[in-house]
Design a protein around this ligand. Structure first.
Ligand SMILES: [Zn+2]
Length: 158
């Protein structure tokens, strides 16, 4: 495995997690920044961004020392999805963009958030809001779900 960018903080040589990306490290986190108002060295507002790698050890240490925040831009969208003529399974069907500006201090015990948006068949029929991106054909999902729910109802009646 070839070299990735070194850790921005401690300089340790990181290895690439994937061959074709120098910036994606094994045992490290890749950070990107498009700049911001206030910076005197990087705020181009032209779509460019900086990338740095920080090794997992440095990220975890900084988290313990209260120098890392975690925020959230979205959450998974789940729905029952047909897997047989009379059976569904709860699956990830998309992503909901949320505007939650709340930043909290991060540490390595916070791996992420476990809540999600769950859409019922009726929600799908009413139309998916613009802030939700579904990676399935919604019309097909609706018709498949209607058929499967009908079959489940028939099975329960007999
Ligand atoms: Zn490091």
């Amino acid at each position: 495995m070839t070299d990735a960018l070194q850790c921005f903080k401690c300089g340790v040589q990181l290895r690439r997690a994937v061959d074709d990306n120098e910036a994606q490290p094994d045992e490290g986190v890749m950070f990107s920044a498009s700049g911001n108002y206030g910076s005197t060295v990087f705020d181009p507002m032209d779509g460019s961004y900086l990338l740095i790698n920080i090794c997992d050890r440095c990220v975890a240490e900084a988290g313990e020392q209260g120098r890392v925040l975690v925020g959230r831009a979205g959450r998974p969208v789940m729905c029952d999805v047909p897997i047989a003529d009379d059976k569904t399974i709860k699956s990830n069907i998309g992503f909901e963009v949320i505007d939650n500006g709340a930043l909290v201090h991060w540490n390595k015990d916070i791996m992420g958030f476990d809540d999600y948006c769950f859409l019922e068949l009726e929600d799908l029929k009413q139309g998916v809001p613009n802030n939700i991106k579904i990676h399935l054909d919604v019309d097909r999902l609706i018709s498949d779900l209607e058929r499967v729910y009908e079959n489940i109802d028939k099975k329960e009646e007999s």
